[in-house]
Design a binder for this molecule. Structure first.
Ligand SMILES: [Zn+2]
Length: 265
């Protein structure tokens, strides 16, 4: 009877997997499984809340191909459908130098891009956090993740995080425990703090007016890491909050909701 039930339930569970581009898919496993996403090996992690259980964080990049993809779980094929997220278009007016940077600025942008890319691709085995994630401040969202962005009428990028209304000097708190890996001023992001939470997970806090932590510093959740501002490529004061998972900039609010659910919150 048990075998029959498993047969009945498994196909429904396994063949109806869906996720939106720019979001994370979390899968739970009773044992440490070998998983491939479109033939690329993805790492399962120990579930810190359920002894002996494992889970998989699968970030789907914003520009992922839509439609069916294949997950191979312990040799079993499972289809994962990537649906188009409902993202909007928005127009932003910023200083000309932030849309058409000069040669000197381009060099700086490239250097900052390269160093950040290296950091986001670093996977440390330590898990620094053990509490549900929180937002770095409580305020109105002024721009959602995923918006296609036209800077001064030129399509430049998609919004890689979420913007919160914050007047200059608003206190910004760490979303969870971790180690500060970036604490400096950058061309587009302005005053920037990035926290490594371990296992390829990073949180980002941009456009700060003051940075109150330094590189290498261990921080606790809710610790004051900086004050909000309007530095970098902005059209007004706000906090840009982002989540990077295995290098991909994914929807921070969806990520927090999913990871906190995993932990029973
Ligand atoms: Zn932003």
């Amino acid at each position: 009877m048990k075998g029959f039930l498993t047969l009945l339930i498994l196909p429904i569970f396994l063949y109806a997997l869906e996720v939106k581009n720019g979001e994370v898919k979390i899968l739970n496993f009773d044992k440490n499984s070998t998983v491939f996403f479109d033939s690329k090996r993805v790492k399962t992690l120990k579930n810190p809340y359920k002894k002996g259980k494992f889970y998989l964080l699968l970030p789907i990049k914003y520009r992922e191909r839509l439609g069916n993809h294949t997950l191979l779980i312990d040799g079993k094929k499972v289809s994962l459908r990537v649906e188009k997220g409902r993202y909007k278009k928005e127009s932003i007016s910023v200083a000309k130098s932030k849309v058409k940077p000069d040669k000197k600025a381009l060099n700086r942008i490239y250097k900052e891009y390269k160093s950040a890319k290296k950091i986001y691709a670093t996977f440390s085995d330590i898990v620094y956090w053990n509490k549900p994630f929180i937002l770095p401040l409580h305020s109105k969202i002024t721009s959602h993740y995923g918006n296609a962005r036209m800077f001064n009428h030129t399509l430049k990028s998609f919004h890689s995080g979420v913007d919160f209304r914050a007047k200059i000097g608003t206190k910004i708190e760490a979303a969870n425990d971790g180690v500060v890996v970036i604490a400096d001023d950058r061309y587009y992001a302005g005053g920037s703090v990035v926290i490594d939470h371990g296992q390829g997970l990073y949180s980002c806090y941009f456009h700060l007016s003051k940075i109150l932590v330094h590189k290498g510093q261990r921080v606790k959740q809710k610790e004051l890491i900086g004050l909000s501002g309007q530095s970098g490529r902005v059209n007004g004061p706000h906090l840009h909050f982002g989540i990077r998972l295995y290098s991909y900039a994914i929807n921070p609010l969806q990520f927090i909701k999913q990871i906190n659910t995993l932990m029973g919150h």
